[in-house]
Design a protein around this ligand. Structure first.
Ligand SMILES: *Cc1c(COP(=O)(O)O)cnc(C)c1O
Length: 474
């Protein structure tokens, strides 16, 4: 592509993106394509001869756009609503052009040092102490996996060299999390060779928070049965209900039992920027590691996960090694990010966090976060006031869990589950909103997650109106 053509398509693309960010509502938020439809609309073979960019863009619009689910739509209330904000989009554009690969300090001093600086900014914003060193990974799943690798390194002598298999000196290992913890913790224990049975799920209280008495009992029972407990994962903002585990009490247990404490604050951690919510990380200063996802509730285009660790030396002990072809003169004086995890190459993700934090400023970010929390409170109030709806969990942040349960009619649990699933699907079919259900205490729960930067009261009213209208119909 010659420079003139690049300029022309570049400008066209910026116009397309600007239009898209301004009017995402022109598309149904949840894609309406059927499975296989996109793949079958595309050729089986890559072209032998290059094609003009206009033709490629035309197919992008014709074939791919209908197959997009619009995470940047203000009616997106499923999973966790996120935002690929304009400054973040520009930063990723620039990052692609620069094509930095920050495995070594010298392969991108700017990416290496900007990562350190922006993660220190974010750390101070959420009130974590200086002792936490940060590193950027792609996702919280990978961050939590690294946390458990560090826990394994700290607890099991020689694990880096000898592994775990065939070692009579290593007992069966235990990691603890609550029943409401994210599935990435399951995948982490599977991936690092502990086995899924090493993960013991602790019961929760009425508000879906880990019960510390149950944690204590489980550890005592496991020790008596000669398991080796190594770590506890506490969640600040669980995925179904955004409940907050009692981190300080769990930190006490971990100190007493000498266990690694990892805090999974993937979604809710950024709320600690608000004076009203700073307490959610009480006790996290005593954790060994913590993950928070700017790509969840900090308006950062996917993907960027911030991992903080008080004992990053354990991550380095697990992974640092320098092959002959990566030796550098600066060794020992600089941080080589390839030492801080599994992956060698890493892209320039810090650029978008830097541009977002500067472009919005902490004050505006706080305003957006508290607006989302207020909208969720409003919705919770409407649900509580309605005789045919029932709220199913407290609302500590911006996610509301509830179900349709008509007053004066007795329906079985199964009938209520089916009706709520139908209601969920019916509002999604309108194309105006997208919600995704969960299960609480075994029953289907509707769930509205507010988190897109352009979601306003009007959008929240709309999802609530649609729910009431379609509840009548079912
Ligand atoms: C979303 C979420 C994750 C997983 O996030 P990824 O970055 O997609 O891996 C983990 N834990 C919690 C609590 C989450 O909400």
């Amino acid at each position: 592509m010659d420079p003139a053509t690049f300029r022309r398509h570049g400008h066209e693309l910026v116009d397309w993106i600007a239009e898209y960010l301004e009017h995402p509502e022109r598309y149904p938020v949840l894609s309406r394509v059927r499975p296989g439809e996109i793949a079958s609309a595309l050729p089986r073979h890559a072209p032998e001869a290059g094609e003009p960019f206009d033709a490629i863009m035309a197919d992008f619009e014709r074939v791919l756009v209908p197959g997009l689910t619009h995470w940047n739509h203000p009616g997106f209330f499923a999973y966790f609503a996120i935002t690929g904000s304009a400054p973040g989009v520009l930063a990723d554009f620039l990052s692609a052009a620069l094509n930095q690969q920050a495995m070594l300090w010298r392969t991108s001093p700017a990416a290496t040092e900007l990562e350190e600086v922006t993660l220190a900014w974010l750390r101070r914003l959420i009130g974590l102490p200086e002792a936490f060193e940060g590193v950027i990974y792609d996702t919280a799943s990978i961050a939590s996996m690294h946390a458990l690798v560090a826990a394994r390194e700290a607890a099991i002598p020689g694990v880096r060299a000898k592994g775990l298999a065939g070692r009579p000196d290593v007992p069966r290992i235990r990691v603890y999390c609550s029943e409401q913890a994210h599935s990435s913790i399951d995948k982490a224990v599977i991936a690092i060779g502990l086995g899924h049975e090493s993960l013991r799920k602790i019961a929760v209280d009425d508000a879906y928070r880990m019960r510390v008495d149950a944690l204590d009992a489980a550890i005592a029972e496991d020790r008596a049965d000669l398991w080796l407990p190594i770590a506890v994962v506490a969640t600040v903002g669980t995925t179904s209900t955004t409940s907050v585990d009692p981190v300080a009490a769990i930190a006490d247990v971990c100190e007493r039992e000498q266990l690694w404490l990892h805090v999974d604050a993937a979604y809710a951690g950024v709320a600690a920027m608000l004076p009203s919510h700073a307490h959610i990380l009480d006790g996290a200063d005593r954790a060994d590691s913590l993950v928070v996802n700017p790509h969840k509730w900090l308006f950062t285009p996917f993907d960027l996960s911030a991992f903080y660790c008080r004992r990053m030396d354990m991550i380095r002990a697990a992974f640092a090694l320098t092959p002959d072809y990566l030796m550098t003169a600066e060794a020992g004086q600089v941080k080589n990010l390839m030492d801080t995890g599994v992956q060698l190459g890493r892209r320039f993700r810090a650029l978008k966090l830097w541009m977002i934090l500067r472009s919005y400023g902490a004050q505006t970010i706080r305003q957006h976060l508290s607006a989302h929390i207020q909208l969720a409170q409003q919705l919770a109030g409407w649900i509580d006031a309605h005789p045919d709806f029932e709220r199913l969990a407290p609302v500590p942040f911006s996610v509301v869990c509830f179900r349709w349960k008509p007053a004066g009619r007795t329906l079985s649990d199964e009938a209520l589950d089916a009706a709520n699933q139908r209601l969920n699907d019916a509002v999604n079919q309108t194309g105006e909103v997208f919600i995704s259900p969960t299960k609480l205490r075994g029953r289907v729960a509707l769930r509205v997650a507010i988190g897109h930067i352009r979601t306003t009261e009007q959008h929240v009213r709309r999802v609530w109106d649609l729910l009431q209208t379609h509840a009548h119909a079912s």
